[in-house]
Ligand binder design. Structure first.
Ligand SMILES: NC(=O)c1ccc[n+]([C@@H]2O[C@H](COP(=O)([O-])OP(=O)(O)OC[C@H]3O[C@@H](n4cnc5c(N)ncnc54)[C@H](OP(=O)(O)O)[C@@H]3O)[C@@H](O)[C@H]2O)c1
Length: 365
């Protein structure tokens, strides 16, 4: 990633730009999409790759409720006994092995394939290649061979500025679908903005009395995140929908005060919900840039430090790149945070838990 070094002028200009964008979004109604379920299935089989994760747990019940038969391929045999997936046919297999998806589709034809696949370690370039690219391409090839009627690729809004490894692979998959590199296959690409847990990672820190970190003013970017239930409804609206074929659909949550935020505003929400006065840990972006440069240099000679450099870059990316897309849904970030307030959070900071591998993301709501 090559961010240039930031000056005082850039710092002030970035805040001005974010506040102008916020004001524009809050005074405009987003009419690209009409919220509400569209389309009903009659038992069509929909294979969801990566369907056991955060979005999958909302998508599978939504598919079933809308008359489709969800089918899952997972590496985890326990999913067969999981009540959350009771409506799905569950096959055990690994999408990174080319034959596993193909055999599943050969055994019983599927109408639609939806990919939510994503590696668990975004700083591991090889895992990203294997999951975010190879496994999805395995799904595309099997879909072409099985004459699947539609392939829906859940990409990432960040693919417009692909500076993190998974986004680069998501963009490659987009190109291969659009260019029909693996054979004829009707496709739909969905680019969601951020999900609520990623804007609420440090909720427990704020609840436990710790500070909230911002870069300078904390207003380098604007995000309209989307609730998984709303995204699930949006995805199912595209299933076998002729209007969605050959389309790239960017989508985020409502353009309202409760849902469109800078990172500082997300922090203010956390303090307010927890009944605290805002208490910021202000880090200068100029100092952060120097830290990234130093660790990137050290990462070239130390295997241990390479992932650290990545996390610093990722923290910067999520703090400076706008993720604003047309609105869908009714749920808001504030409502999501409201659901977190009564729970117990482990002591220590989220960042310390990230370092020792015991991080807790609020992905159960
Ligand atoms: N996080 C965000 O804010 C954001 C924003 C926009 C788009 N997205 C994209 O939205 C999609 C859905 O996200 P999500 O949060 O629901 O994903 P998730 O919870 O991380 O789940 C992804 C699934 O991928 C499978 N998987 C993970 N590592 C694998 C490996 N090494 N080999 C084979 N399969 C593997 C897992 O299935 P099994 O364990 O069952 O095999 C898992 O259920 C992803 O493509 C993500 O990149 C995310």
């Amino acid at each position: 990633m090559a961010f240039s070094t930031i000056t005082d002028l850039d710092v002030a200009a970035a805040q001005k730009k974010s506040n102008e964008l916020l004001a524009r979004l809050l005074s405009t109604s987003s009419e690209t999409y009409v919220t509400g379920p569209v389309g009903q299935g009659t038992g069509e089989r929909v294979l969801v790759l990566g369907g056991t994760g955060y979005i999958g747990r909302a998508l599978v019940p939504e598919l079933a409720a809308r008359g489709y038969q969800p089918v899952l391929l997972t590496r985890n045999a326990e999913v067969k006994n999981d009540a959350e997936f009771a409506s799905a046919e569950v096959a055990v297999g690994d999408p990174t092995r080319p034959g596993d998806i193909a055999r599943l589709i050969e055994a019983a034809p599927v109408d639609v394939v939806i990919s939510l696949l994503s590696g668990r370690r975004p700083n591991d370039a090889e895992e990203c290649r294997l999951v975010d690219h190879e496994a999805v391409v395995n799904g595309i090839k099997a879909s072409v061979a099985g004459k699947v009627r539609q392939f829906i690729h859940i990409s990432d809004f960040g693919a417009y500025r692909p500076e993190l490894i998974p986004q680069v692979y998501k963009l490659q998959v987009e190109g291969e679908l659009i260019g029909q590199h693996h054979g004829p296959l009707p496709w739909t690409i969905i680019r969601p903005t951020a999900y609520y847990p990623y804007l609420s990672m440090t909720f427990g820190d704020v609840k436990n009395g710790l500070k909230y970190r911002i870069f300078d003013h904390g207003e380098y970017n604007v995000v309209n995140p989307i609730a998984r239930e709303d995204l699930a409804e949006f995805i199912v609206n595209q299933v076998l929908n002729a209007d969605a074929l050959g389309r790239v659909l960017p989508v985020g949550g409502p353009w309202s005060e409760e849902n469109v935020v800078t990172l500082k505003k997300a922090g203010e929400m956390m303090f307010e919900i927890n009944g605290r006065t805002p208490d910021w840990e202000v880090v200068s972006m100029a100092a952060w840039d120097k830290k990234i440069a130093r660790l990137t240099r050290l990462g070239k000679i130390s295997k241990q430090l390479k992932p650290v450099a990545y996390y610093l870059e990722a923290a910067k990316y999520w703090s400076v790149v706008d993720h604003v897309a047309p609105a869908y849904g009714t749920r808001t970030l504030r409502e999501f945070m409201g659901k977190l307030v009564d729970r117990e959070w482990p002591t220590g900071s989220f960042r310390e838990r990230m370092k020792n591998g015991t991080n807790v993301m609020p992905t159960d709501v």
